[in-house]
Structure formats: structure tokens, C-alpha cells
Design a protein around this ligand. Sequence first.
Ligand SMILES: [Zn+2]
Ligand SMILES: [Zn+2]
Length: 390
Amino acid sequence: MTTAAPLLVFGPRSTTYDFGPAHPLTPRRFGPGISLLEALGAVNRLAPEPAADEELAWVHEPSYVDVVKAFSRDPFGPPRAGIGPGDTPAFPGMHEASAAVAGGSLRAMEAILRGDVAHAFQPGGGLHHAMPARASGFCVYDDPALAIARARRDGLRVLYIDLDVHHGDGVQAIHWSDPGVMTVSIHETGTALFPGTGFPDELGGPGALGTKVNLPLDPWTGERGWLPALELVLPALAERFRPDVIVSQHGADAHAFDPLAHLNVTTTAMGRAARLVDELAHRHAGGRWLATGGGGYDVYRVVPRAWAHVWLAASHAPVPDATPEDWRQRWAEDAERYGQSPMPAAFDDPPNAGLPYRAADEAADARAVRIAEQVLEVVLRSLDDLGAQR
Ligand SMILES: [Zn+2]
Ligand SMILES: [Zn+2]
């Protein structure tokens, strides 16, 4: 087993992926986020540089890359390919900034495939909504899909686990027909939240049925539904699929405090999920694990601790009793200014993030487990049929 410390994928280009001061996906998250990882001992770094055009072409139409480059030079062009006023606005240098996020996940995957490291984490990655020929939901180039494509070029089977509150639609679409890529996305249901997809009947293209897995959860589902659903489904699917490498997306927007969605997950549950992914990587994939960040819009109270939990899991380190006091002091004023105060004293949350546990929450949690049971049954049956066809 590779014993080197995990690779932190972050550098000067990471903060250039910036849609402007009013946009929710703010590079402000890197200040409190990266400084907390540094306090936990993250030193082994890879600074992202842009992926080459021919690499982006593994997952994107070259004509789309040309459109992004045009906006990159002139952000005031007419809206097209999902870029324009709204979720994914143009900004100067957007091609280079976006290609660098893609390049970060790509080089991290290569470091894992070479055996330089077992685990790598790109907090600024996880841009899972980007489609082959269009931007979507704050995502320009699909870095997890690109890292997966790189592993596929070596013939490796890839398990992709998407924990973001939004459906991982871009990664699913890009690898839809490939039976060598299993995508598993747990998210708030598309009837209530962007992007409006991710239902249990989305099982993959012909020849890949059962390799695309979706767990849509009702609004208000919390840690008591979300985590048991993952614990039910992930070990069973990993056992069945036998991946050679795992890619995971750890969007922090399923948290109870997140302003853009309606699940009630805690950092405690996110940490347990990250440790489950690590465990599965060692059990099935020779330890090969690339983790990315994702969404997360409470950037002082939630995002840094969600990232810290991924880092601690990848470092096989226990969760410290308290967050560092100098870290809390350093960011307290900014947190206050943006209405995300106080800086949390512990990495884990109190039960249900300290919110009252209502009958509606309990019902949503119970339903999450039932959905997981039903989805697992259908997926395993589809995989049986897929195996029988071969
Ligand atoms: Zn590990
Ligand atoms: Zn999200």
C-alpha cells in the first residue's frame, strides 16, 4: 500500500475560478478552507495547471471548448452553451481557470495511477454539472468526468460516488453508456432541486444498465436517513462492481445550514461518509482514491469542516476534539460580515446540526432508507441481467 501523505490539489490558479463577488460559488471558501487543512498538516501539494485541449476533448466537444475560449477573451458575447447571465456567467480568463480545475483532477489521478500517492483531494474540483457541450450549474469543465476518463484509458474500472446535494448529472451523462464506470449519486430529489434529474430509473445506456445509480431524497432528509442510505448501498455496490479506482465528490451543500438546498445533513455524517469511501478504496481498489470538493455555500461554518473531514479520512487521522482556536479567530470577522457566524468550535456537529427534529424530518429519514433498499434491489437485478448478456 502507498503510505505517502495524501496529495492536496490547490494552488494560485484555484482561486481564479471566480464568477464574481455576487456569485454563491465563491473563492472566499478557500481562505478558511485551505487554512484549516494546513492546520491539520496538509503539506504535500500539487498546483493545478490547465488541462490540454486534447485532454478536455476526452469529455467535451472541441466546439464547446472554443466557445469557452471566446468568452474567456470577451466575456460580453451573446449567451450560448449555458454561459451567460445567471448560474454560469462568463468572466475574463474563464477557459484557463476552468481548464486548471480539470487539469488538477487529471494530474491527481495520474499521480494515483503511477502509485505516487494512494489518495488525493482537490477541494476546488467536483464540477459535476458540466455537460459535453454546455456549461451548467456553476460548472464549465467536468473535472471528475475527466479524471474518470483518464483511468478508463488505462482500462480501469471506476466507481464514482457523488455526495453533493445536487444530482451529479454531468458525470452520469458523460459516462452514461460505459459499463466500466459506475456512478452513484445521493442528492435532494429533482422534483425539488436543480438540476431536476437523478431518478432511480436512470440506470445507464444500453449495455450499461445498472451502472448508473441514483438516490433521490426528500427535502429535510438529515443524517439519520442520508448516512444509513449510503451505508446500505455503497458497500454492496462496491462489492458487486469491484472498482480499480474510486473518485468521489464531497459537495458540502447537503448540510442543514446550506442556503441553496433543503437537506439536513451534518459534518459528522459527511465525515463518516468520507471514511466509508476510504475503507472501500482499500478493500476493493488497492487504496486508489481521488476526492474532490463540490458545492457548499456556507463557506465559514460548513465548507472548511466538510473538507477537513475528507482530509482527515484520507490521512487516516482521528477527528480532533476542537477546531484550532487561532483559525476561528482569524476568520471570525469575515464570518460575521457574511452572516455565517460563529466559527464552529468542533469538527462534528451536534445531532441534527442542533436543529429540532420534527415529524417531517423523521418521515424523510425513514423514506431515504426505503428508497435506498428499493434502488439497491433494482440495480443489483439490472447488473445480474447485464452479466447474463455477456
Ligand atoms: Zn486510505
Ligand atoms: Zn451542489
